[in-house]
Design a protein around this ligand. Sequence first.
Ligand code: DX5
Ligand code: ZN
Length: 222
Amino acid sequence: MKITICPSLFAAPMGYLAEELQEVEASGITSLHVDVMDGNFVPNIAFGPDQVRMLRPLSKLEFDVHMMVVNPDRYIPDYVSAGADSITVHAEACTHLHRTIQLIKSHGKKAGVALNPATPPCVLDYVYDLLDKVLIMTVNPGYGGQKTIAGMNMKIQDLQEIKRNGDYPFAIQVDGGINQNNILSVIDAGARNIVIGSAAFQRHKTKSNIQNFMTMLERVIV
Ligand code: DX5
Ligand code: ZN
């Protein structure tokens, strides 16, 4: 059973980004979660395409771009050209979700759709077969360091059942409030790609924090 940890750049100490990216790579991780916030879909602002473009030469990590923006179609080409490897949009932000997924795929990038805590998986019933990833938000998006919302494990389980019954290839990703105390419960529910922000990044300790998570997973998962 393959579990991927995906550190969320939003939690990294901004003055030391290059150093932090090196710590992430040294830990053996292969992908980095990059949050994009527009101050409209979510009440916060983060990482424009120019910042992503500047980060690109600093790292070989796959950039997993999570777009918390209204009208993502308008910005998808910018993030592609900035160096995104996979792009996740919110179902709640897309009037024509199918078209948006096609747009991401037309650029040769992996396509994901995120669901806010109150959004049921059934909104994806007719696009599951097109997706590389479904992201279950375990917090209301917009801020790092929040507590996970109760009931989300049940939603992960429901999605895992849909994936199994339909034999869909999408990965189940979770994002928000994941730490050493609750990571095993989301994995148990069916999550396989785990975004970790504040519990991963810490100056001079990022590499060991991530490795502690990996060791924990190796010990428990067979
Ligand atoms: C929340 C973001 C997350 C956030 C995770 O809106 O999408 O990626 O950075 O950070 P933690 O793990 O601290 O909740
Ligand atoms: Zn995110």
